[in-house]
Design a protein around this ligand. Sequence first.
Ligand SMILES: Cc1ncc(COP(=O)(O)O)c(C=O)c1O
Length: 298
Amino acid sequence: AYHGDTIGSVSVGSIDLFHRVYRHLLFPTVSVPSPVAIRVPDGHTKETWLAHCFEAAEQLIREHSRTAAGFVIEPLVQGAAGILVHPEGYLAHIRRLCTEHGIPLIADEVAVGFGRTGTMFACEQESVQPDLMCMAKGITGGYLPLAATLATDEIFAAFDGPPSAGRTFFHGHTYTGNPLGCAAALASLELFRAKNVLENVMELERTARETLSPLLEQPWVGEIRQKGIMVGIELVHDRNTMESLPAEQRTGHQVTLAARRRGAIIRPLGDVVVLMPAPAMPVELVRELCEITVDSIK
Ligand SMILES: Cc1ncc(COP(=O)(O)O)c(C=O)c1O
């Protein structure tokens, strides 16, 4: 998982390539296996592996129920890990377990929030209400920097009271509550409503799925993972075995260079070509982006 680059957020993430160098600075955390069945360990089928992931989460939460400060999750889709789409029911499963064991559920909606998975927030799709929710990126449509942390009334109440009670949350940043950022966020939220951006997302989702579908015939396209308008196209040496391509070929990077020559700036995560169009993009633009991606991969 990836949750950001401060020591706390690196500590709850686990992307070795990004985090290896800081390991000695991090505080101890425990993690559960990511519930995706792309390359399942020997002895497992996709089904048994996913069942194992559900059980492993249950076991770990039970084991640490008295000491865990929280369970942090990227709901529905792990972005920086390669657009890993979680199976239906996993988020609700984690919510149930956290509630049962009294552990706050922290939903990191920084990447998935504001329409990217098809609903305003990813948590809605499994009727999950987290205890804390982190949001950024899409809150201003990406135009100005702003982030927010939402808390339940119960958590908020722990910091509420007269100054003499000493409960104040003394933790802020230079640009906390930046008025220009907040104005951009309010304007963006108004546009979301007025322009039916969520309906546009549904159309973009269909367009991306259809336009990228010819790639499924390419032997070096292992899979196309998509949730809403978050897309990861995994390039592999052999789609039957999902054997990876040699890292030194930097195939994902080569694809992005080919796309750039055709007029689109996209980025890879290793050999996963990532598309994350903005929710308000016109359909024609997303079709063009996907066509360029298809041509660049062929
Ligand atoms: C899921 C997720 N959480 C957190 C972050 C980091 O957010 P920030 O840079 O606002 O700390 C990112 C950035 O890409 C992200 O994808």
